[in-house]
Design a binder for this molecule. Sequence first.
Ligand code: NAD
Ligand code: WQD
Length: 332
Amino acid sequence: MILLTGGLGYIGSHTCVELLKRGERIVIMDNLSNSREEAMDNIKAISNAGFIFYKADLLDKESMRKIFRENKIDAVVHFAGLKAVGESVVKPLAYYKNNVEGTLNLLEVMEEFNCSKMVFSSSATVYGSPERVPITEDMPLSTTNPYGTTKLMIEQILQDYAKANKQFKVAILRYFNPIGAHESGAIGEDPNGIPNNLMPYIARVASGKLECLSIYGNDYPTHDGTGVRDYIHVVDLAKGHLKALDRLAKDDTGVFIYNLGSGRGYSVLDIVQAFEKANGIKINYKIVERRPGDIAKCYADATKAWKELGWKAEKTLEDMVRDAWNFEQKHR
Ligand code: NAD
Ligand code: WQD
């Protein structure tokens, strides 16, 4: 059995679908702090398969023990965490507690039950302001906000734990910018309130729920002056987790780190134009001041994941913007 913490969230739900499609048996745990129970029905409907669900919190160790007692968990895919950069600046303690303490609890319970395989959701945010692009896994790490620091701290904890416990193996996946949704439109990203991230914001402008996209700066040293990022279709990203689990099924132990990105950089204006073209909708936008903390360019060198996992992003920018809009229309 594979346990997915935070398995009802955006990336977790898509990974559940891919695992179920492959015939894996899965257990999902989530405290529903940033997801809804209805995601369960949607995952089941898309994959035509069932799973076990626990409404549980990583911070409640006893309820974590119950999951391991009642199921033979071979590996954990650890998505659960708080992820809003701005909120983490305002509520750092909540972020350290939930993300770092939650992961420590999980590792302790895994150890109690002799479970020694983990796939961890890290982020390109651990590269801070990268000195060059494309970014390789061996580049220096630093962070600019508490959310990012929780990811870096957890990576360090996993490194130290793997040194001390020779049975332990972990795949640290550094995601770039996941966007899009399952092609059915049944699951996708649905942030509460006004979205912070570009793609959900564009989708809400397209549907008329928000009036105008603010583009944060057009004076960056990029091809059109707007920020460049590595957008990756969430279904491609989900498939990367299956490849990482296959990697952990090999005999060797230790820490395996992979960038999961497309390896391509698109600007904010590229995304707006691709959305308009694929969906036939005009997006109102205005150029405003740079957003504090933003960097000009961030995109992956994803060669290591291709060489060692046989994984690469396959979907196009057109797929991403089309599926994001399909989800927005079906869902809201
Ligand atoms: P999400 O918020 O949609 O999913 C996270 C899930 O974890 C939610 O369903 C939430 O209810 C649950 N959760 C949070 N704290 C919990 C706790 N203490 N106990 C149990 N469940 C808890 O986020 P996502 O976009 O699917 O991201 C998944 C992971 O990937 C996160 O760790 C995030 O930091 C990381 N990540 C996300 C992105 C991104 O842009 N979406 C990029 C890089 C890394
Ligand atoms: C993308 C581009 C903005 C919104 C964040 C986290 C990172 C990771 C992924 C979790 C940038 C521009 C955005 C808007 C805009 N998450 N933009 N107007 O900042 O690359 O990464 O999500 O680990 O840690 O920091 O993503 O979608 O917010 O921004 O112009 O309303 O779009 O300036 O160039 P970002 P994003």
